[in-house]
Design a protein around this ligand. Structure first.
Ligand code: ATP
Ligand code: MG
Ligand code: MG
Length: 550
């Protein structure tokens, strides 16, 4: 990735100029394995790995797995797959915060020994009440003055399982009157008799995020700990912990915060996305409507398009809402270059070319993609399908598609003229009869005749049946619902439309799931993982029209 100049890089340049971090720049991407990654994480991945690339440094993948109740190996696996798919490698630098549980415990003991942490018996509710508010200072816990010996003893007994969940916590001893509430003796260890997906039953106490994160960074010798803005208030605690444990200020990690990505018509929170999965609102984490990396991949997004998007949105210090049209613009731009063009009819109506010999079939040359020398041949015969919407019985003047007595050109083939239509008892058109101009094929005597409309089509001969899934946004409006609790109400009930009777030209018969095409005149489509050779399934990735103005 090629990130635009930004404040993070300016800060790093400044550090280097001041002689800090002489051993090189080292970042990390630290997901909590409690869900699948989404496009917001892609931004963080591009910034962390991209920054390491720019400074010839290193970037770790670290699972921040210190909260066993919500975490699972399924997520650990999916996260690795997604980061790799986006195009980044961590070589042998994949770590788990849970691997540091012993070291973190020792750091906590060291804090106690330095008189900077104490065991507190207040309940969670009491701790909250004692904490005070933005306008009121907090109140000191009655357990704050416990002796170092007593604290060491109690903390060890917490670890040994003598107490129940919630009975005691370990707190940093900072300042109950600090204007920043984060600094009012934050909890750094809690009791939780929960099995961890990696350490099993070894531990019944677990470090809090605010404690584990800076120390994991320090253990890994991270130089710049890049995170999102909501951690700005936690930075003083980050620094306090490193300072209190004696880490050298010239080499210890520095936290830098950037603005989270929010997208219109999307949700950007693992917790809320999990709600969609568990509530059955989508088919899974990789539902093609989801903003997850796995959903976008299944939908047909390319890694290049997502990386480009992350480059273009830039790195800023204030929160904003990015128009989803910009993401769509990026995938359209990429697929325009790489997707083969084919013909597919999504809502077919049969056309019979009455003066074309029955039983005859021609194979007509067709282009695959711009600047590609590879060509393919599409069958043409007496019976073809066109889009129902490309015919109008009573058409307005400006309708340049097929109408009674009107002429259109069939892409790569002939000019046809509508002679009559056949309807069923209910009045639905079931067949359109046409004649063709045999000399109007490419290179023919009448090929140059001026005809306003050109239609895509698929011959019945060899054509494949397909299911095509059309997607709309998960959310009806453009508001930022990531911060709102009632987003379920804003879900779009029409976000999935399934067309079951589509007809596709035979050239796709052997294509693998994940193959992307431009369906002429319709948009970009991708073969879904549900697809089989006998029953094709396509996802619509994005339409052809670009609504994104730069
Ligand atoms: P969520 O709220 O979706 O669960 P999170 O911040 O809890 O997100 P983590 O697994 O902790 O998820 O995230 C790993 C990294 O990705 C963190 O550094 C986090 O700041 C970053 N990140 C998460 N969401 C976004 C986003 N929308 N935009 C940019 N970075 C993000
Ligand atoms: Mg988090
Ligand atoms: Mg979260």
């Amino acid at each position: 990735v090629n990130l635009l100049p930004n404040f993070i890089h300016n800060a790093i340049d400044e550090d280097l100029k001041n002689g800090k971090y002489a051993d090189g720049i080292h970042t990390r991407f630290p997901p909590e394995p409690n869900g699948y990654l989404h496009i917001g994480h892609a931004k963080s991945i591009c910034i962390n790995f991209g920054t390491a690339q720019k400074y010839n440094g290193l970037c770790n993948l670290r699972f921040d797995d210190t909260n066993p109740t919500k975490e699972d190996v399924e997520y650990v696996d999916s996260i690795q797959e997604d980061v790799k798919w986006l195009g980044f490698t961590w070589d042998d630098r994949m770590f788990y915060a849970s691997n540091y549980f012993d070291k973190l415990y020792d750091f906590a003991v060291e804090l106690i020994k330095r008189g900077k942490a104490y065991v507190c018996d207040l309940t969670a509710d009491e701790i909250r009440q004692y904490r005070g508010t933005l306008t009121e200072p907090g109140k000191e816990s009655p357990y704050r003055s416990r002796s170092i010996e007593e604290n060491l003893d109690l903390f060890k007994r917490m670890k040994d399982g003598e107490f129940a969940d919630g009975e005691k916590v370990l707190r940093a001893k900072i300042d109950m009157a600090a204007p920043n509430i984060t600094m009012r003796d934050p909890v750094i260890y809690r009791i939780s008799h929960t099995k961890h997906h990696r350490t099993g039953d070894k531990w019944c106490i677990y470090p809090m995020y605010d404690f584990a994160h800076p120390l994991s960074d320090a253990i890994e010798k991270i130089t710049h700990s890049i995170c999102t803005l909501e951690f700005e208030d936690h930075r003083p605690l980050y620094d306090w912990l490193l300072e209190s444990l004696g880490f050298d200020s010239n080499t210890r990690p520095r936290q830098l915060e950037f603005a989270r990505l929010n997208l219109t018509n999307m949700i950007m929170s693992k917790r809320k996305l999990r709600q969609l999965v568990e509530g059955g609102y989508v088919s899974g984490w990789d539902d093609p409507r989801m903003p997850t990396i796995s959903g976008l991949r299944r939908r047909g997004y390319t890694p290049e398009s997502i990386r480009n998007f992350c480059e273009q949105i830039g790195v800023a210090k204030s929160n904003s809402l990015v128009d989803i049209a910009m993401l769509e613009h990026c995938v359209r731009e990429d697929l325009n270059k790489r997707a083969d063009r084919i013909m597919a009819v999504l809502d077919p109506v049969k056309v019979v070319i009455t003066n074309y010999p029955a039983g005859k079939c021609e194979y007509l040359p067709a282009e695959n993609k711009p600047n590609s020398s590879a060509a393919r041949y599409v069958p043409f015969a007496r019976e073809i399908y066109i889009e129902r919407g490309d015919f109008m019985e009573v058409a307005p003047k400006k309708f340049f598609r097929l109408k009674p007595d009107g002429e259109v050109r069939l892409k790569y083939a002939y000019i046809i003229k509508c002679t009559d239509i056949i309807k069923d008892a209910a009045g639905n058109i079931v067949q359109i009869n046409c004649t063709y101009d045999p000399d109007s094929k490419r290179g023919g005597a009448t090929a140059g005749r001026k005809i306003k409309g050109t239609l895509h089509w698929v011959a019945l001969t060899g054509c494949l049946n397909a299911e095509v899934r059309l997607y709309d946004y998960l959310l009806k409006d453009e508001e930022n619902h990531t911060e709102q609790s009632d987003f379920i109400k804003a879900l779009n009930p029409d976000s999935l439309v399934v067309l079951k009777n589509c007809k596709v030209e035979p050239s796709v018969a052997w294509a693998a799931p994940g193959t992307k095409y431009q369906f002429l005149r319709q948009g970009y489509f991708c073969i879904d993982k549900d697809s089989t050779k006998d029953s094709l399934v396509f996802n619509k990735i994005v339409g052809l029209r670009d609504s994104w103005a730069k």
